[in-house]
Design a protein. Structure first.
Length: 133
């Protein structure tokens, strides 16, 4: 079974769920974590992330990724939501996270499947269904 950590980078908080993908492609949530860096706090008024917000968001993702790795999760997927999409320099946050952690961040524009939680969408992508080993 594939152990998959999923990060949801939002305007207020960053959530991580640790999941196990079952042979029938369903998933079981093993644990959840959350930090509240308030990335969008100034973004919604200025239109951009400050360098401090980028550093804070990157540090939270790095900490959560370390936690996932320490618990045996080698596959980490990340999606970013409204604050990243709406910020003029949202790409800078994504680049900083990718550079510092090696985790590719997808921008999420809407729920992939009706009734599924936002953080579940990467689990349902075809490439997540294959064990990379």
């Amino acid at each position: 079974m594939l152990k998959l950590a999923v990060l949801d980078i939002g305007s207020n908080s960053i959530h991580m769920i640790l999941t196990e993908i079952q042979p029938d492609f369903s998933y079981k949530i093993l644990d959840r974590f959350k930090d509240v860096p308030r990335l969008g706090e100034e973004t919604f008024t200025t239109g951009s992330f400050s360098s401090g917000a980028i550093a804070k968001g990157t540090e939270v993702v790095r900490t959560l990724a370390t936690l996932a790795h320490n618990r045996g999760f080698t596959r980490i997927e990340a999606v970013a939501t409204s604050a990243v999409r709406e910020a003029a320099n949202g790409g800078d946050l994504i680049e900083a996270i990718e550079h510092e952690t090696g985790i590719q961040v997808r921008r999420r524009f809407r729920r992939a499947h009706r009734g599924q939680p936002a953080h579940a969408a990467p689990c349902l992508q075809p490439e997540a269904r294959r064990d990379p080993t």
